[in-house]
Ligand binder design. Structure first.
Ligand SMILES: Nc1ncnc2c1ncn2[C@@H]1O[C@H](COP(=O)(O)OP(=O)(O)OP(=O)(O)O)[C@@H](O)[C@H]1O
Ligand SMILES: [Mg+2]
Length: 287
């Protein structure tokens, strides 16, 4: 069965500890890895795909622990990646596939299939430098699928994309997750709301949640409220409560916020979004 098993994994850059005793088991479709800048997402992904050496702990991908074997099983879309700007879309894939030692005939077929899959067939003869950020990201996914991996690791693929392209990209990852494990990192919780079956929250190198989206939302079904605040009182209100959303209305500002004590009469309880549940989880740890 396709799986990623991580046991007692810690990692340091020099003396700086960036991952602390991580234990997770991923064996279902799309697993979202949520965490703020510097939380350790990229480091964890590089360890999984074998680009950083494991110093403490173990990682197994589909039962394999040898980094060379693992590299054969995974596809990886790095957070910072680039193609040769002057090369055309299709040629880039052929070039990278050749480096991957794919046979010419098989490679041609695979590239045609991937261009269709990521919806770049029409753009096959465009130079990479003329692609938009979203198109480049889709080309990146095609590249990561060249060797038909069992596990796909994508690092913040939605950063900087417009809403339409983000939805398109999420759907693509969702489709891929019907037959592969897709590990998808982001710092935008809503990216995972409709697609991820499970998610993990990484905070300063610690896994503070590993479970279903639904369970996380249920944990906080009692602590999220909204209320109308006068503009002049807003900054005072924000000092007292953790406000995560505000909307300008004609008669004041509607704020959504986290509150764990007894609610005031004017506070209206609302269902948590994944974003608010995520903030509460992080907030809880800081308290
Ligand atoms: N090569 C490196 N040498 C030293 N420290 C590093 C190195 N790479 C990352 N770090 C540090 O490790 C921590 C985790 O970084 P990492 O890039 O894994 O976080 P991230 O969750 O991917 O962040 P982002 O959302 O910004 O991509 C950060 O404190 C970062 O400064
Ligand atoms: Mg990163």
């Amino acid at each position: 069965m396709n799986s990623i098993e991580i046991k007692n994994l810690s990692f340091t850059y020099g003396k700086k500890k960036v991952l602390s005793d991580i234990n997770i088991s991923i064996n279902n479709a799309l697993y979202g890895l949520l965490g703020k800048n510097g939380a350790g997402k990229t480091t964890l992904m590089k360890l999984i795909v074998g680009l950083l050496p494991i110093k403490t702990g173990q990682i197994q991908v589909c039962g394999q622990s040898n980094p060379k074997e693992i590299r054969r099983l995974v596809g990886y879309l790095p957070q910072d990646f680039d193609f040769y700007p002057e090369m055309k879309v299709k040629d880039s894939l052929i070039y990278l596939g050749t480096l991957d030692n794919l046979k010419r005939f098989e490679l041609n077929q695979r590239v045609e299939m991937l261009l269709d899959l990521v919806n770049l067939n029409q753009d096959r003869n465009k130079k990479v430098k003329s692609l938009s950020g979203g198109m480049k990201r889709r080309l990146g996914i095609a590249q990561s699928l060249l060797n038909d991996p069992k596990v796909l690791v994508v690092d913040e693929p939605t950063a900087g994309l417009d809403p339409e392209e983000r939805i398109r990209f999420r759907n693509l990852l969702g489709d891929l997750a019907t037959e592969k494990i897709v590990l998808f990192s982001t710092h935008i919780a809503s990216d995972l709301e409709s697609t991820a079956t499970k998610l993990g929250i990484l905070d300063s190198g610690h896994f503070i949640y590993d479970g279903s989206v639904e369970d996380l939302l249920n944990q906080y079904s009692g602590g999220i409220y909204e209320t109308l605040v006068n503009r002049k009182d807003l900054s005072r209100f924000k000092e007292e409560y953790l406000v995560f959303e505000q909307k300008e209305l004609a008669n004041g500002i509607m704020v959504s916020f986290i509150h764990t004590g007894r609610p005031l009469d004017q506070f209206k309880r609302i269902s948590p979004s994944l974003e608010s549940a995520y903030l509460m989880k992080i907030h809880e740890r800081r308290d």
